[in-house]
Every structure is written in structure tokens, then in C-alpha cells.
Design a protein. Sequence first.
Lengths: 323, 323
Amino acid sequence: MRAVCVIGLGLIGGSVLRAASAAGRPAWGATASEADATAAREAGFEALETDAALRRAKQEDALVVIAVPLPAVREVLRRIADVHPGAWLTDVVSVKDPVDFEVRKLTPRVRYAGGHPMAGTSASGFAAASADLFRGAAWAVTIEEATTIEAWREAAELALDCGAHVVPTGAAAHDDTVARVSHLPHLFAAILAAVGADGGPLALSLAAGSFRDGTRVAGSDPELVRAMTEGNKPALLDAVDDALGRLGAARGSLASTGGLKSTLDAGYEARRRLDALAGGEGTTTASVRLRPEALARLRDLGELGGRVTAIAEDHATTEVPVG
Amino acid sequence: MRAVCVIGLGLIGGSVLRAASAAGRPAWGATASEADATAAREAGFEALETDAALRRAKQEDALVVIAVPLPAVREVLRRIADVHPGAWLTDVVSVKDPVDFEVRKLTPRVRYAGGHPMAGTSASGFAAASADLFRGAAWAVTIEEATTIEAWREAAELALDCGAHVVPTGAAAHDDTVARVSHLPHLFAAILAAVGADGGPLALSLAAGSFRDGTRVAGSDPELVRAMTEGNKPALLDAVDDALGRLGAARGSLASTGGLKSTLDAGYEARRRLDALAGGEGTTTASVRLRPEALARLRDLGELGGRVTAIAEDHATTEVPVG
């Protein structure tokens, strides 16, 4: 099993380090945070300087995982370009097009496929990290023009070793999608929390499940949420415009006819589909042979909601929803 | 202990029936739904015709609880006016000003204080009802000009017997507040679910905790959500306008400077205050003697986030957040 070198040991990077290690892989990390380094060492892990961690990755032909917020990615890539420019590389950053762009520009020789595990908690830092964080979660692994099947497989196998399911996707499609299902929810949670707090102590006193659930992620570290949302500006603007259009239409309908039927029915139907998907209703299994030509096929399956649940020999087992 | 007659045996009414009975009160109900009547009878409860239930309420001097959706309230009040016009009366409908208006108009002789338990699940019907649904929840009990201390106490004691904490509040203040912390969250959940589903199967595949939590209540019966939200139109319009203003400002800031700091910081701060309140940090206890003059004082304490947690002899124990 290929060793893993994780750069950045916050909640996500720390959980990758723990999960990869629990899966039996040699694993070590690096972090600029004293608190995370201390927490990692107390948990029995090696937390090195970035250059030292990368030198060791070169010696052991490890998979390097970038697990820092988007604004810090460039500096990590510069270190990789200096120390280990031919690395096996993936990342767990929440946007994929901007990272792909920087990788091609700063480290053109790496063997790279981007990654993004769709898991988290409102806590942050290594102290909150868990080997089980990714169990059953979706983990996007990107397929671009320049992606090789070997680099894709390395990233996908890490995700599977962490207990996740792999969603093959293009970087731009990923970014459009997470704007809708991750970044807009964070923005909505923040706005909902603020509108509620505007109602004063009585509002917070009367707040129950719908408000509590709808504002949960507003409790996440706002600096991390900023890095995530601001780093996906064009796609997030599209999602916000879609939301503004729908909220404006609901407002207009409420003010005129007093009716919210179409808004509420659309939301109910959408949520029902999500529940059906989560319930695994009606999936079919496809086995894809991992040849270079397979990447386009995998990406198509991902678009249809397919997830790679296992890789054995040279085949990827993919579960695809029916209909 | 005063007997309880619950008109409407869905999730909320059914849970009141179960909780009141579990607290040792004689309790029976009425419902127009065959399914709810059957489920109630199978659970060992009496489910009568509305008129028969009200006649029995008159015989036993019971507290009548209206637990039907807002559009059906008027018809229940007409039955009360005919059968038992001097009833002790409360309700568990999600808006208070419109119910108060109808009560004053149609049943001017009832001894009434409005109620609204802030609890629920996305399930509906008696089959989903539970005696524990209200445990630890806030339960608004309204105080208007015409409210007597005796009627208020009857409604408050029912809430306490159901395991809830009583939030004393004016009807209009209640409606403004639930527009922010309950009705807007339902609207946001519906819009978020629809924007996510617009992203196709890939979006639902990549959806994780933030989307799941943010859309949970979109799975509620849309007809019940319609009755709730459309019945609170003026207050909900204000809350939607607040949300539209904030979302528009966030959009503008993202499009121009690219920054979401002020939006995210405001949301984080609001959520932090909610968590502090839920954690019971820094409360002080006030004991209020239940004389007629106490109602204004109780309403003031409710405005400050205070909750009545017990009534014994002629005193109400109220927990009020500090600072």
C-alpha cells in the first residue's frame, strides 16, 4: 500500500492521516499550526516541517495530499515544485477548478487527480479529526483532460481506504455542484441565523428544530467558510442567483395571491429524491475496467449519480441509481 | 387535574393527547381523519365526533385544545360556540394573532389563552405522535388585553404537564418571531432543496451534512407547511424581506470585492448566541405570583428570553437569561 503524506492537519487533513493510518498505510503529516502539530504528536503521529515531509514522500514514493485552505495551496505547491516535483498528488480542498489551475501552472510534472471529501463537522482542527469522518461519505475525484488513469486511481484508492465512496467528476462540474449543495447551504445558514437573531431574545428562545438544523453550519469557523465560499465565486454567484430568483418569486406569490404552493411542492419533491437516493433505492452495479479510456465513462457515471465503491485488480465497481 | 379535550389528532394534537394522559389527566379527542381516529383508538384513546367530545368537555369542565391547521380553526370554533360557548380553551396552532381574532369574534365567552409548542418532526399524523415530543421544548402561551390569569394558567399548566417550558408572549410578537425562526426556515429549506436538485443527480450524490440539515424540514407535508406559512403572511413577508436584503447584500459583496466576511461573521455570532442560550449559560430565576397584574410582567420576561419552568401554588418559576 502506498504511503501517504498529508500537508495540513486540520479537521480534514487530520482525519485523512488517521483514516489512512487505520487502513494500514504508512502515513505522516506536516502543518504550520502549532496546535495541530501538538495534537497530532500526542495522538502518536509524526508532524514534520513541510519540506521534510515532502522529502520523505520522495524517498518512499508516497501519495502527497494537500489539505490546507485554498488561499494556502499555492505556497504548498511551490514547496512541492522545489522538493518533489514528480510527486503522486491529490488534495482535499473544497473547490477543484482553481486548484487544478494552480497545479498545472506551478507543478506541471506531478501525477495529480483532485479530490474533495463531502464530510465535515462544525468543529475544526486536528483535535476534532476522526478516522471515521469519511465513512460512507461521497468523495469527489476529478477527471480533467490531463488526468491519467494511474493518478486517478491513486486518489480514488485513498478515498476508498478512508471508507468513502468515489464520485468521478470534472472539476468545473464539481465546483458548480458544491456551490449548490455545500456553499449555498453555508450562506443560507448564516443568513437564517442573522434574521433569527434580529428577532431578539424571544426569537432565540422560541427557536426549535427547523431553525436549529437550518443554522447548524453557521457555527463553523467563519474563516474556513470564507476560504471555501469565496474560492468558488463564479459558481456560487450562479447558485445565489438561482436562490434569489426563487426567494423573490415566493415573496411575490405570497404578497399577491398569498400562495407558497409551488415553492413548497418543489422543495418537497427535491428532498424526497434526496431521501430516495440516500436510501439506496434502485441502484445498478457497473464494473469498469481501469484503462485510460475508462475515465470518460467514469465521469459519465458520476454525472448520473454513480459512485465507485471498490477497486480490485484493474476493475472499479460502480453503483449507479436507476432511472 | 383538569381533563383535556383535544380537537384534531395529527402529530401535535395526538402528542398533546398522549402527553396529557401520561401526566395523569383524563383526556379524549376528536378528529375528522379516519386514519388518525383509528390510530388513536388502537393506541387505547377515545376518538369521538367533535360535538360529542365538546359535550363531554362541558360535563367535565375540561380544557379544550384546538389542534387543527389554521384553515380549519373557524369551523371548530363554530362547534364550540354551539355546544360549549363558555369553555376553557387553548390551541396549538402555529400562528396566534389570526386565531385570537377568530376566537374573540366567534366565541367571545370562552376562557382562552393561545398556545404554540415549538416542536415537531417531518412526519405527520397520530401514528407519529409521542408523549415526549414536547419535552424541554418552548411552548408559547399568549397574553393579550383580554387574557385572564386563570385562562393563561390553564394553558400554561397543560404545557408544563407535557414537559415543555412556557414562553409568555403577545400574539403579534409571537407571529413576528415564528416567521423568523420557523416559517422562514421552512421556506429556506424548500428553496435550498430545489436549487440543489437543479444540479441534477451529481448534486444529490455529492450532497452532505450541510445540505441534508439545511433541507430537512423540506420533507414535511407541504400542505401543513402551506397552512402554517400562508397563515402568517404579513410577518413572513417582513422576514423574507430581511432575508432577501441580506442575501442580495451578500451577492453584491461577493460579485464586487469577493468578500462574504460580514455575512458569515453575523451568522456565526447569531448561532453562537443560540448555542449559549441552549446551553443554559447564565440564567437567573424569578418567581412571579400569579395575580392579574402578573401577566404584563410575565410577558416582559418572555421578551427577554425567559421561560416558565414550573407553577406551584400561586407562583410561576421563570428562568431568564442573564445579560
